[in-house]
Design a protein around this ligand. Structure first.
Ligand code: ATP
Ligand code: MG
Length: 249
């Protein structure tokens, strides 16, 4: 896959002496949706942070759209939108001001154009008309969507979602999944999605990468994932099957 838009090459990350990521390599094709799964504390957020340039790997490198993230973090970051694990909104700012925050800093636009970009991003996530609300007035799903709008407003080529559906009910999860799929359909958006939700991953991902103890122990299609010969993966898959059965009954 020489045309990878994201190339993670032998990334190791240590905090003090402790390795949180060990020799991770993964190539992602343009327009591909890759789910990153794994146990809590397994290093998923750390991997997204290494990709986005928020932290520097101890070893190895990440290339995004031909740009070395460590060598040219500003250039690389322009190509990526990050949706944080907690929506990470500024609670003292309106929805619109939250979305405008990055636009003002990153895009050289007139005030009118800035507002237009913010309105378009909010419309894209189905939040038109909510510009003047405060984050505290929003549901969990709406907050996540503001976080997505804020990242989308900067027209990234790659979106990094850290648990976009954790804590949401099944129907809201479904609408976020549909939104991520729609972005791929409309803009060919490449997505990395950290998730705990097997059924959501099966709806959205082309491939699943499973992190355990800082290592990438599995990469493959969702169908291969369901059959993977790994006890941690099977535990997750079985749990999801049991949950699905209890929902169906
Ligand atoms: N800045 C940091 N300094 C020291 N240790 C850290 C730092 N960031 C993360 N860690 C440690 O690295 C490990 C992996 O953390 P990380 O947040 O990447 O896990 P995760 O897979 O995203 O977990 P979760 O599913 O709970 O979000 C944890 O043990 C965490 O304590
Ligand atoms: Mg995390």
């Amino acid at each position: 896959m020489s045309e990878a838009i994201v190339s993670i090459e032998n990334v190791t990350k240590r905090f003090d002496a402790r390795a949180v990521l060990e020799d991770i390599s993964l190539k992602i094709a343009p327009g591909e949706m890759v789910a990153i799964m794994g146990s809590s504390g397994g290093g998923k957020t750390t991997l997204l942070r290494c990709i986005s340039g928020l932290i520097i790997p101890t070893k190895g490198q990440v290339i995004v759209d031909g740009i070395d993230v460590n060598a040219e973090p500003e250039e690389a970051r322009r190509r990526m939108g990050m949706v944080f694990q907690s929506a990470a909104l500024f609670d003292f700012m309106t929805v619109e001001a939250n979305v405008l925050f990055g636009i003002k800093r990153q895009l050289k636009l007139s005030k009118t154009e800035q507002m237009k970009v913010a309105a378009e991003a909010l419309a894209r996530v189905g939040l038109e008309g909510n510009e003047h609300k405060m984050p505290a007035e929003l549901s969990g799903g709406m907050r996540k969507r503001v976080g997505i709008a804020r990242a989308l407003a900067l027209s990234p080529k790659v979106m990094l979602y850290d648990e976009p559906t954790t804590g949401l009910d099944p129907i809201t999860t479904y609408t976020i999944d549909a939104l991520m799929l729609q972005l791929r359909k409309e803009f060919g958006m490449t997505s990395l999605i950290v998730s705990h939700d097997v059924s959501s991953v099966f709806r959205t991902a082309d491939r699943v990468a499973f992190l355990h103890g800082g290592r990438l122990v599995f990469v493959g299609t969702p169908a291969e994932f369901a059959e993977a010969d790994d006890e941690n993966i099977q535990e997750l898959v079985q749990k999801s099957r049991a949950e699905k059965m209890s929902l169906d009954n």
